[in-house]
Design a protein around this ligand. Sequence first.
Ligand code: FRU
Length: 598
Amino acid sequence: MKRLLFCLVGLFTLATFAVAGDVEVVDLGDGHGMVRINPTQKYLILPVEDTAPDVSISVMVDNVQVETFTVRLAINKVDYTVPYELSKYAGKHVVLRFAMNPLERGGARPKVKDAVFCNNLALANSYDASNKEILWRPVYHFAPQWGWMNDPNGMVYKDGEYHLFYQYNPYGSRWGNMNWGHAISRDLVSWEHMPVAISPDGLGTIFSGSAVVDKDNTAGFGANAIVAFYTQASARQMQSIAYSTDNGRTFKKYAGNPVLTGDVADFRDPKVSWHEGTHKWILTLAVGQEIRFYSSPNLKDWTYESNFGEGQGNHGGVWECPDLFELPVAGTSQKKWVLIVNINPGGPFGGSATQYFVGSFDGHKFVNESPKATKWMDFGKDHYATVTWSNAPQNRVIALAWMSNWQYANEVPTMQYRSSNSVPRDLRLFVKDGETYLQSAPSPELLALRKDKVMSKSFSVGKAYTIDQLMSDNKGTYEITMTVRQKKQGNLSMRLMNEQGEEIEYSLDMAKRELTCIRDKSGVAGFSKDFITPTVTQVDGGDLQLRFLVDRSSVEAFVNDGRFVMTNLVFPHTPYNKVMFSATGGSVSVKNFTVYRF
Ligand code: FRU
C-alpha cells in the first residue's frame, strides 16, 4: 500500500518520485539523476542487474562529496541487491548523483524514470546475505557472502588466527570498486566473514598486496602491529600502507601514503617479507613484465635493490602478484628461494596461471638457478594470484590461490557472489631429474573434513568398471583417494558423472606419463569458449597416488601428494555421484579407492 502510494506521488510530480518514506529519486533528464536520502536506517538497498552498464555514483553528505563507486543499477530486471552502508551518515543529508550509461556504445542514455531500480531502492536495517546459490556455493572453500572476489591479499597469521583479505567488490558480482574484504579462520577450512578492512580513498582503489606482523615495531605503529601493503590504483599505480593494532579488526591508513611510486603503468601487488640475512624488509613488486625488489629498515622508506625477469620464464602477459620465500628441499639439508610470479594471460592453457622460479636471494638480488626452465605451479585452468601466508606457524609456507581465470571469471554462472579460493596448500620443494620443483599438498587441516568413509575398495579396471553410487544423499562435497598401479603403456580414464550425464573426465596416458582433465560436458560450460580447454600435466612413473577434493563447483586433483596439481571449476546441475572407469591396452589395477563424505 505504501509503495502504491509513492508510485502515485511519482505520477503526479513527474520528475521526482519517492520510492520509500526517506528515499526520493529525482530524474534530471537525459539519463542524469539523483537520489535524496534521509538516512534513518542502516542501509540503502541497491537493486542490481548483472549485465547492465556500470553507473558511477558520487555520494554527497551535507553537500560534500565523500566517495564514489560504481554499480550496475537495474534497468530491466533486478538480479540481486547490494547494501550501501548509511549508518555512518545518520542525521545528515545524503545525496547520490549519477548518470546512467548507454546500453551500447554510442547509444542514448536510458531514461531514469523507466529504469526498474527507481522503484526498488529501499532503506533497511538489515541485509539478507543468506546463501541463495545452494547448487554451486562452495562449502569448504572460501567465497564472499555476496559480491565479487579476486586475488587473496594480505594473508597473515597472528595469535592463532589466519587472516585472509581479498580483492572485493561489495557493490556487485563483477570486478570493480576494489576494496580489501576480510575473513578470519582458525583452522583453514571454516571462515568468519569480517567487515571490509580497507576501502578506496583519494589515492585510488585498493589493489592487491600483503601484510606482515611488525614484531619489533620497526615502523613505529606499535610492536606486533599488522602492517598492510597495497597498491592504490587510479590513472597510475602506487604503494600505500595501513596498520592495525587490534589484530586486524580495524586499519588506519598511514598519513604519509603513498610510500612507493614508479613511472610505469603496471606497478603493483607488493609482497613484503623479512630477510634475516640483511636484517631488512624486502618488498617484491610486479612491474610490467619484471619483478623489482626494494629493501627497508622501517616499512616506510624503500630503496630499490634489483630487478628480475628479462628472458626468464613465461612472458605471454603481465606479471602480477609475486611472492618470495625460502623452503627446504625434501631429502636434503639444502634450502632454496622461490619466486612466485602470477601471469595473465600466458598460462599454459590460456589466460591466467602461476609460474615460479627456484634459486637464490641474498637480500639484494634473485638468481634463477634454471634460467631456461618455465615452471608452473598448477596445471588446471583455475589457479591464479597465488600467494602465501606471512608469519605462518612452525615455519610453514601455506599458499592460497584465487580459483578462477581472467578469461571468464566475470561470466561464471553464479550471481549472488563470484569466485572462491583454492584449498590452502602447504608448499615444499622436491627434486626430479635434477630440477627442483614446488610441491603443493592440501594443508593437513583438510583431513579434519573427512566425516565419514563411505567406501574403500580395490579393483581391476578392464574395458569398464562402474561405481553406480558414490554415496546416498550426496551433497557435492567429498574426497576420493586411490592408488593407480601404472603400466608401461595404456590408458586409464575416470569419469565423475551425475544423473544428467554431466561429467568431468581424468584420463591417464601411461606411456606419456600424462594426466588430462576434460570438462566440456561437466555441466554449465557454455558461458565462455575458453572454459572448455582441456588441461594436462606430466606425472611421475610407478604407482600414482591420486587425491580429488570435490566441492560443489570445483575439483582439485593432487598427484603424489601435490607434486602435480590441477585445479578446475565445474558447474554441474547435481553433484557427481557415479564413477566410470575404463582402460585401454589391458586392465589396470586401482587400489584403495576410498571415498570420504565431507
Ligand atoms: C591480479 C590483479 C592484480 C591487481 C588486482 C586488481 O588478478 O590484476 O595485479 O592488483 O588483480 O583487482
